[in-house]
Design a protein around this ligand. Structure first.
Ligand SMILES: Cc1cc2nc3c(=O)[nH]c(=O)nc-3n(C[C@H](O)[C@H](O)[C@H](O)COP(=O)(O)OP(=O)(O)OC[C@H]3O[C@@H](n4cnc5c(N)ncnc54)[C@H](O)[C@@H]3O)c2cc1C
Length: 280
């Protein structure tokens, strides 16, 4: 096994192109667990730690470009915590301070677990994923990037270089249920974004399907049945129906973490709570 440690994006892309079976290593918080448990034996490793281009943050006219290897701690309460309230909330729930100091959003996307905490946020924000190879850059909607349980649309010679998210005028919230309050993988999670400029609510669910689920039916129903442009309080009936529709869109399974029934119930409750917070 060879461990490569490129010093630039160009070098990293060249090495990856020559070794397409190599495993990219960012924070290593997923990969090292896989190696330690012998679930995976890499042929070669390409460390992204010294690729400065992956750490770059940019403010654009319409939003932000987040370097894929910026660690969670910068979004939690560090330099970039202002870019998205929901991303900050999701980052705060990931693992422990040690995990957040090294783990990255690029790694969360690379693993593409349905329980990945940043993924419902990126889905609700309609994020664009920037993928680079020696042939150039392609942009992919998050909805096309996530294919299924731990499956994504990255091809073997590509590196996720950045995540593009819009600036949102309005509420953003993330909530998750686990067996305890910290150091826990989600049993169910939800992100709600209220885009006041478009009078639209986006809701995405995590850990209740093979990949992140956008609740298009609940979103459409709410837009048709509530005036989201005013601060008029929503009725209890509207909030409950929104939660019920969200739960009906979940496709949970029963596994070692929880039952399908509990997961469905939990996402309905999370959707209602987030909607109440949004309308306050
Ligand atoms: C104790 C513990 C607690 C955890 N708790 C949580 C939690 O609460 N919530 C949660 O969501 N996750 C949790 N995780 C999982 C993990 O921390 C996250 O998924 C994290 O985002 C992975 O990022 P990383 O940079 O460490 O990825 P790595 O382990 O370096 O890589 C993960 C995968 O992504 C690929 N990859 C990484 N960067 C890129 C890139 N730029 N381009 C293309 N592919 C790339 C790698 O090749 C690999 O396949 C936990 C892990 C541990 C060990």
């Amino acid at each position: 096994m060879t461990i490569f440690s490129p010093r630039s994006l160009t070098e990293a892309l060249q090495v990856l192109n020559e070794h397409p079976a190599a495993r990219l290593l960012a924070g290593g918080t997923d990969t090292m667990v896989e190696i330690n448990f012998r679930h995976f034996e890499p042929s070669d490793i390409i460390s992204l730690r010294h690729v400065q281009e992956l750490q770059v943050f940019e403010t654009l006219s319409t939003g932000y470009r987040l370097g894929a290897a910026i660690p969670y701690k910068q979004f939690e309460n560090g330099s970039f915590s202002h870019v998205s309230g929901a991303l900050s909330e999701a980052s705060r729930t990931v693992g422990s301070p040690q995990i957040r100091a090294t783990g990255t959003i690029g790694g969360n996307l690379g693993t593409c677990s349905p329980a990945g905490d940043t993924l419902p946020v990126l889905s609700a924000l309609d994020a664009q994923i920037e993928l680079s190879s020696i042939n150039g850059i392609r942009m992919l909607s998050i909805h096309d990037f996530m294919l299924g349980v731990k499956r994504n649309a990255r091809v073997s010679n590509e590196i996720i270089t950045a995540i593009h998210i819009p600036k949102i005028n309005g509420f953003q919230g993330y909530a998750k249920v686990g067996v305890r309050n910290a150091m826990v993988i989600s049993i169910a999670s939800a992100c709600l974004i209220h885009n006041m400029d478009k009078s639209h609510i986006a809701l995405a669910l995590g850990a209740v399907g093979p990949t992140i689920i956008r609740c298009r039916t609940a979103e459409k129903w709410l837009t048709q049945n509530a005036d989201l442009s005013t601060s008029t309080a929503l009725t209890t009936e509207v909030i409950e129906e929104f939660g019920r529709l969200a739960a009906s869109e979940a496709l949970p399974i029963t596994d070692h973490r929880s039952t399908a029934e509990y997961r469905k119930h939990a996402v309905g409750v999370l959707a209602q709570r987030l909607l109440k917070r949004a309308m306050k």
